[in-house]
Design a protein around this ligand. Structure first.
Ligand SMILES: [Zn+2]
Length: 163
């Protein structure tokens, strides 16, 4: 008997599944996406009990468990609360594509936001050494918008306007 172990062959099945589907956004997320697409407006909804904004909006306040029907337009400017710099990207689960690294994701408190409702998106910067908490940023809308969160390309730094 030999003690040599035969190297196990790794068998890989490479397949791309295509499952054409359509999902309803529902009335709340639908309004949010429609305002982005048609009017370049960022709409948050506001809880009638605690007054907290939800962004993206949801039908029910996650803290108070009450229906949320009041809407506020928020300005497309705010302050970076936190961020991540990504050096090792995973493929996007929707597109299968991998973003070029490094890239930056950030959570921004839009001006006028009430409560704890940071808005997540990409932060478009050429120099990642500029990235820090407290940066003043503005939303950059896509030229062509289709009613998705990609109607926002990301945030860009407002030069010389730190908070
Ligand atoms: Zn609430």
């Amino acid at each position: 008997m030999s003690n040599e172990k035969k190297e196990q062959e790794l068998i890989v099945s490479r397949q791309t599944l295509s499952i054409p589907q359509r999902f309803s956004t529902g009335p709340v997320m639908g309004r949010f996406l429609q305002e982005l697409r048609d009017n370049k407006r960022i709409m948050a909804n506001k809880c009638p009990k605690c007054g907290r904004h939800q962004l993206p909006p949801r039908e029910v306040c996650a803290l108070c468990n009450v229906e949320v029907t009041e809407w506020d337009e928020l300005p497309p400017v705010g302050t970076v609360r936190d961020y991540d710099i990504i050096f090792y990207a995973s493929p996007d689960p929707l597109s299968g594509e991998t973003r070029e690294v490094p890239y930056v994701e950030c959570w921004v408190d839009l001006d006028g936001t009430q409560g704890d409702a940071p808005f997540w998106h990409l932060l478009n910067v050429d120099d990642i050494s500029k990235v820090k908490r407290g940066l003043r940023v503005r939303v950059k809308f896509a030229e062509e918008r289709h009613g998705t969160t990609e109607d926002i390309e990301g945030f860009e730094i407002i030069e010389g306007a730190e908070s």
